[in-house]
Ligand binder design. Structure first.
Ligand SMILES: *Cc1c(COP(=O)(O)O)cnc(C)c1O
Length: 494
């Protein structure tokens, strides 16, 4: 299986190359040349397997240059012992017709762990194949959760350094604590004065800056990306949608008309993985793309116009406060039938004018596959309160956005197929917001708020969050959004 660049599909590389390098040299993103399928028999066989075996199976369809042993080594390393009850993606029920796929039982309590526990294994295995002997420098721009998950995944991984940039006022107290207290000898964390898009743009600029690359090269380093632009981030995410289907088959659920999936969306990585699961043969009907008040994707799905010339809002679901959804580029490439020039033109327009409009054919396919909806902060809090009252289920702010939009989709479409909703973070990652929806009193102190939420609901506080109490702050530097390259050089002592 070859991987091609979305902006020039004459560039063909192996999966090891795509994972080791993260992004194509001309700025395009790597995609498999074709999408492999899973047969009916294979699904039945997968249903009787463990999550680890399901992951190995899906990975082997895409990473054909990895040996069976290498893939086993990677998935076992990632998913044995790092998740509660050794189950990375358990299902919870909201009534008869809705399954919540809880993706936050890993070391940082957000769904990014599913990919970022695996990525260091994939990347170091890939780097060995590429065999240029350089140390990998992982650069991460984060809206909060990726940074911590990447730090946990890469900490003390041999021959890697990881440097994380987060918007200093754009993450929750817990997210900031998690990152600034990160342990490990190869980790570096910086706040930047700016928002997530500033961080992401800065990182992309460094990635494609030849003088920066040359300087790293001289010193035996090479960049890679742990952001969801890296194919190695996407492929692990396909697994849990296939796995959820297998679990529902095992439950004997009637899925003869398929099921719908709702994903709280920011960078479009998670929902793109769901699209791949669908394209591989998982009987997913509609993909429901849920946004917060930064509803650029809702507008895009409804009008075909992507326009980032708009106000940026800081919301209570900060991991979705994004105006440039990187992975949409991959979706556009697929929906445009692999027309690389078309995609390159659209990205060019986005860079120059902050805006593009897709043609009618792409518009129609987009609407065929996706439903787009959004939910503001007030409705998010109402949803948390209502779900807690009706089902005794406590969800975080991002998951609440998804539940709200899933309900809206059901009402407006009349489509009552079973719904799977991706739950992307533990409620304790966004404690104060969650607490404010079910309690009148909200303690100023984060840990008192955590204790109160626990007292009211009886929902256990995940260990990685309660352990933060005793952690030392190691990183508190805040830098200008134009100074990312200097921070990189300083971190590497070059
Ligand atoms: C990253 C994140 C999202 C958005 O996921 P994308 O793959 O970027 O669309 C949603 N919720 C939470 C909690 C996240 O951390």
């Amino acid at each position: 299986m070859n991987f091609v660049s979305t902006r020039n599909n004459k560039i063909k590389v192996s999966s090891a190359y795509a994972i080791a390098h993260g992004i194509s040299s001309e700025g395009g993103l790597f995609l498999p040349e074709s999408i492999p399928t899973i047969s009916h028999d294979e699904f039945n066989c997968l249903a009787s397997k463990s999550y680890i075996d399901r992951a190995a199976f899906i990975l082997s369809k895409f990473l054909t240059d990895f040996t069976v042993e290498e893939i086993e080594y990677c998935v076992k390393g990632a998913y044995t012992d790092s998740f509660d009850n050794n189950n990375p993606a358990p299902l919870a029920k909201l009534g008869d017709n809705t399954e919540i796929i809880e993706l936050w039982h890993g070391p940082t309590c957000a769904f990014k762990d599913l990919a970022l526990q695996l990525l260091p294994y994939l990347m170091t295995t890939a780097a060995k194949k590429e065999n240029d002997g350089k140390k990998i420098v992982i650069l991460v721009a984060t809206s909060g959760d990726t940074g911590k998950a990447a730090l946990e995944g890469f900490k003390n991984v041999k021959d890697t350094e990881i440097i994380v940039f987060y918007p200093c006022d754009g993450v929750s107290v817990t997210q900031k604590l998690q990152m600034s207290s990160q342990e490990g000898d190869n980790v570096h964390v910086f706040g930047i004065k700016g928002n997530f898009d500033d961080a992401q743009t800065g990182v992309k600029r460094i990635f494609t800056d030849d003088s920066v690359k040359a300087k790293l090269d001289e010193n035996g380093y090479e960049f890679s990306s742990a952001n969801s632009i890296n194919w190695g981030r996407l492929v692990p995410q396909i697994v849990y949608y296939v796995s959820a289907y297998c679990d529902m088959l095992n439950e004997g659920k009637d899925l003869s008309n398929g099921f719908n999936v709702t994903v709280p969306t920011g960078n479009f990585g998670n929902i793109l993985a769901a699209y791949f699961a669908k394209a591989m043969g998982t009987p997913i009907n509609k993909l429901i793309c849920a946004s917060n008040r930064n509803k650029i994707l809702t507008d895009f799905i409804n009008t075909g116009i992507y326009d980032k010339n708009r106000e940026f809002y800081t919301t209570i679901s900060p991991s979705m406060d994004i105006l440039v959804s990187s992975n949409l580029e991959r979706m556009l490439y697929i929906l445009a039938g692999g027309d690389d020039q078309y995609v390159a033109d659209l990205q060019d327009k986005l860079a120059k004018n902050g805006c593009f409009e897709v043609n009618d054919s792409v518009k129609n396919s987009l609407k065929d596959v996706f439903y787009g909806g959004y939910c503001d902060d007030e409705k998010t809090l109402d949803t948390i309160a209502k779900v807690y009252k009706d089902f005794g289920y406590l969800c975080d702010t991002h998951t609440a956005v998804a539940i709200c939009v899933a309900n809206e989709y059901r009402q407006t479409s009349g489509d009552n197929r079973p719904m799977v909703i991706a739950s992307t973070a533990s409620p304790y990652k966004f404690t104060k917001s969650v607490l404010s929806s079910i309690s009148d009193s909200i303690p100023e102190d984060e840990f008192e708020a955590i204790d109160l939420l626990n007292e009211i609901t009886g929902v256990n506080t995940p260990k990685p969050i309660s352990n933060l109490r005793s952690k030392q702050i190691r990183f508190s530097e805040v830098i200008d959004k134009t100074a990312l390259d200097k921070a990189v050089f300083k971190s590497l002592n070059i």
